[in-house]
Design a protein around this ligand. Structure first.
Ligand SMILES: Nc1ncnc2c1ncn2[C@@H]1O[C@H](COP(=O)(O)OP(=O)(O)OP(=O)(O)O)[C@@H](O)[C@H]1O
Ligand SMILES: N[C@@H](CCO)C(=O)O
Length: 283
């Protein structure tokens, strides 16, 4: 009998303003992997990704088990311009597939964090909701009901590797203090459902200003978001995608304003905060 598994993993937005490499949220776009023992190694996908063993999802799978004789069928609605956790979703899908097919009981969060180089996206992809990563573990909490998001995705990609290389080894104490304070405001606002506090808490002085040369227009949008009716905005992960945070009653109006603001530069899509994390089904 051919064993078969279907793995569904959400997109994720990391950093959320002040929480560099520590905060992330799952979003309602998904990667779906069907892996089947067919006797032939193959990657079947319409995505612009390698179809051989250099494919990131297959590489993650092979951290746990050889992929010989397996066919990987991959679909995804996660934008791949950068910032939406497409690589984290692929890594989590590959690891979960091997873990479930061969009943390995692996520490998927630890392995995925090692492969990605940071834990934020993979933790949100695994657990859903909002996550705070610390001490090799992730604490999850639910999105507040009145909160929605819109993603603004520029056509020109920024690779995470390049964005990480733009950051210094050390930062001034004042910038660190600023981010500790705003990170705390953000989490308090999210837990209390106080979107005014959430908007204040999105400010960052650690990574966004130091990467601004990689995505100048995205930074202009982050600065303009509140004047367009949004709660606030953050560069999503390593950018250039912008996560625009909205109150449910304002999302429609903000969406229209963003379409106008972004015409000819970026695509605009509504995005729900996703409470559910990665899911594995046996077929
Ligand atoms: N479904 C997939 N299958 C295989 N590889 C993928 C898949 N999705 C993404 N990748 C790989 O991940 C790379 C993108 O990773 P990168 O970290 O630069 O962006 P991201 O994960 O979308 O952004 P961020 O990490 O800022 O959220 C792609 O170039 C591709 O090599
Ligand atoms: N925290 C990471 C997220 C990248 O997906 C970074 O900003 O480099």
């Amino acid at each position: 009998m051919h064993r078969r598994r279907v793995i569904r993993v959400p997109a994720s937005s990391a950093n959320l303003g002040p929480g560099f490499d520590a905060f992330a949220a799952a979003l309602g776009f998904h990667l779906e992997l069907e892996v089947e023992e067919t006797g032939t190694f193959a990657v079947e996908t319409e995505l612009d990704v390698p179809r051989d063993r250099s494919n990131l999802l297959v590489r993650a799978f092979e951290w746990l088990h050889p992929a010989d004789g397996l066919t990987f069928r991959v679909r995804s609605t996660i934008p791949m311009s950068g910032g939406m956790g497409s690589s984290a979703a692929a890594v989590v899908a590959g690891l979960l597939a091997a873990d479930h097919l061969y009943e390995l009981d692996a520490d998927v969060l630890a392995l995925a964090s090692e492969i990605e180089g940071h834990p934020d996206n993979v933790a949100a992809a695994l657990h859903g909701g909002f996550v705070i990563c610390a001490d090799g573990a992730a604490v999850r909490f639910d999105p507040p009901p009145a909160l929605e998001a819109i993603i603004v995705v520029p056509g020109d990609p920024v690779r995470t590797e390049e964005a990480r290389a733009a950051l210094p080894e050390a930062v001034p104490m004042a910038d660190a203090v600023f981010n500790v304070a705003h990170g705390a405001l953000l989490v308090l606002g999210l837990v209390q459902g106080d979107l005014e506090l959430v908007g204040r808490g999105l400010a960052d002085r650690l990574h966004q200003p130091r990467r601004a040369h990689l995505y100048p227009r995205s930074m202009e949008l982050v600065a303009a978001a509140r004047s367009l009716g949004a709660v606030g905005a953050s560069i999503s992960g390593a950018g250039p995608t912008v996560l625009v945070w909205t109150h449910v009653e304002q999302t429609g109006a903000v969406f229209g304003a963003l379409r106008e603001w972004s015409a000819g530069w970026a695509t605009v899509q509504r995005a729900a905060f996703e409470p559910a994390g990665a899911d594995v089904r046996e077929l």
